[in-house]
Design a protein around this ligand. Structure first.
Ligand code: G3P
Ligand code: CA
Length: 283
């Protein structure tokens, strides 16, 4: 009887076809997981504490220099005085950036205005006081876009109401000139209740980035420290329709980190060197 066997040649061809199908499917699957990054048309240049490379950080002059450079936004950190005034300062204390010492929250506005700001690089004091947020708005009005950071005051929600009041007084929300950022979700939730139209950014501290959390929150922008920015993180956030805005904790490595994250197509730079970022984005 003739054996009903498949010729070896045909088995070989079938094997090759199977392998090709398997390889093709796995390539497609791979493509699904890690899509090509979307090219970001015009990433935002956000002047971190003003042009802090050329003048005392978080001063009216530092913001004026940044504005003359036509940045996309002025980044502003808030602190609160004992009498509830919102002032522009990053640190909890005035030690590093002024000629005084002590926690901001232990001074009244009148007291805090006695101090002068210091250039943190040269340690030179200039006769420029710490600005209030209101003074920043009085200076620039609706000519600039403001990217404002809120935080809890002694663990409590305190700056959100006065902030929204001030933004309304200057008509900045209706003119869409505001983004509010915070490391505190509680603060962002309060802002959202008070002013649902304001776009929000959830910030993650260095080493604390959580992709699942970032993907699940209902905010359009996610702020990540440069060392936590990876291709996977950027791609997955883009797939959720979110923008990635990067800040740089290490000034020594900031320029190389900007180049690295630029290659990953991030959407915004909290830059400490506006000219460098502008040049990088023009390449
Ligand atoms: O606002 C982004 C970035 O400013 C967050 O870091 O500590 O410089 O306020 P920090
Ligand atoms: Ca900030």
């Amino acid at each position: 009887m003739k054996e009903n066997r498949m010729p070896k040649k045909r088995i070989g061809i079938l094997l090759i076809i199977c392998i090709m199908i398997l390889v093709g499917t796995s390539i497609l699957r791979e493509r699904e997981v890690v899509p090509e990054p979307a090219v970001v048309d015009s990433p935002k240049i956000i002047a971190h504490r003003g042009a802090n490379d050329r003048f005392n950080e978080s001063t009216i002059t530092a913001y004026k220099i940044a504005a003359e450079d036509s940045v996309d936004a002025l980044e502003i950190d808030l602190r609160m005085t004992t009498d509830g005034e919102l002032i522009v300062m990053h640190d909890e204390t005035i030690d590093r950036t002024t000629n005084g010492t002590g926690e901001v929250s232990t001074y009244s506005l009148e007291e805090i205005k006695e101090f002068q700001t210091v250039d943190v690089f040269s340690q030179q004091t200039t006769m420029e006081a710490i600005p209030t947020l209101k003074e920043v708005f009085e200076t620039f009005k609706d000519t600039e876009y403001y990217y404002i950071e809120t935080r809890l005051v002694h663990g409590k929600l305190q700056m959100e109401e006065p902030l929204i009041e001030l933004l309304n007084e200057f008509d900045l929300i209706s003119q869409k000139l505001i983004t509010i950022q915070s490391f505190s979700e509680k603060s962002l939730e309060r802002i959202h209740k008070l002013a649902p139209d304001v776009p929000l950014t959830l910030l993650f501290s260095k080493g604390k980035f959580n992709l699942q959390e970032a993907k699940s929150v209902d905010y359009p922008f996610i702020g990540i420290e440069a060392s936590d920015v990876t291709m996977k993180n950027v791609n997955e956030l883009h797939r959720q329709g979110k923008e990635v805005h990067v800040f740089f904790n290490n000034k020594k490595t900031e320029k190389e980190e900007q180049e690295r994250v630029h290659a990953l197509n991030v959407d915004g730079y909290f830059t400490d060197n506006i000219h460098f970022t502008k040049n990088l984005l023009m390449e």
